[in-house]
Design a protein around this ligand. Structure first.
Ligand code: FPP
Length: 264
């Protein structure tokens, strides 16, 4: 059955936004790239056509994010729950990193972007693992934006692994219970390879109009600003990113404290 998933016209090609090029830019942006399937269904195309278009959009948004001065871009490309999808779709998704890096590594190098990956990479097919590890190797000396793919990633599993790792260190006498704090725990998470000030996204974007976190970076988004865009991921273009950044710039980030004027 063909179902049409409506999107608000004004967001499909967003032309008005409050982005200020001189304003603050979030250092770490994370994106839940949702809506590939619906994008394809609206065009009477197979779902995988949406994933292919989604992959092309990753290229576009990566370049723009890097040029805007974002330091880390974390993209939710495959969750631990996505294995439940039909085999053909999973196989297609596992081929995407191969196609993506085959064609895009030279541009990543030209943009000085460094590739990283987090998740249960050892459970991915060999060709997918090879593609991501080759890309990491080829871009390891780049000093610009980190393009961090979450692949076979689930946040609860990540937190549990961190808890087990800390518990093992306590058992071995390497860490005392009193020493366990935010920094120590954050270091055990999959984002622990990033500099401490870059580990937590300042802005989390989810596309497609869904307003859920879906087991993504649960610890790390404690103080993130959330932006939900109605655009399906393949339609989320440069203007949509600027709109999300403009939205971020309007927010009043207090981290549980008060504004100066409120303390008077
Ligand atoms: C969610 O949309 C999207 C995914 C599960 C896959 C995301 C992957 C990409 C955007 C490409 C990644 C590129 C690389 C290089 C790894 P959905 O299928 O759940 O959409 P729906 O909610 O409309 O069905």
């Amino acid at each position: 059955m063909f179902r049409f998933f409506p999107q608000k016209e004004k967001y499909q090609r967003s032309t008005t936004f409050n982005f200020n090029p001189q304003g603050p830019i979030p250092q770490h942006v994370a994106i839940i790239m949702d809506g590939n399937g619906r994008w394809a269904q609206n065009r009477r195309l197979p779902r995988v056509a949406g994933h292919k278009e989604g992959m092309n959009n990753v290229k576009k948004i990566t370049k723009q994010a890097s040029r805007l001065g974002i330091k880390v871009l974390t993209l939710y490309a495959f969750s631990t729950e996505n294995w439940k999808r039909p085999t053909d779709e999973v196989n297609f998704l596992m081929q995407l990193p191969v196609d993506f890096f085959d064609t895009f590594v030279p541009e990543l190098i030209a943009e000085n972007v460094k590739v990283s990956v987090m998740g249960g990479i050892e459970f991915l097919p060999d060709h997918t693992q090879k593609a991501v590890y080759d890309a990491m190797e080829q871009t390891k000396d780049n000093t610009g934006m980190v393009l961090n793919f979450a692949l076979n990633y689930g946040s609860r599993a990540e937190v549990l692994a961190a808890v087990k790792s800390v518990a093992t260190k306590v058992q071995a006498g390497d860490v005392t219970v009193a020493e366990i704090d935010d920094d120590l725990f954050s270091n055990e998470l999959m984002t622990g390879f990033l500099a401490p000030e870059l580990r937590d996204p300042e802005l989390l974007i989810r596309t497609s109009g869904e307003e859920r976190i879906s087991n993504f970076l649960l610890w790390q988004i404690a103080y993130s600003e959330l932006h939900f865009s109605p655009a399906f991921w393949p339609d989320f273009d440069e203007d949509h990113l600027l709109a999300a950044l403009g939205d971020f710039q309007q927010r009043n980030r207090r981290f549980g404290g008060l504004n100066k004027e409120e303390t008077k």
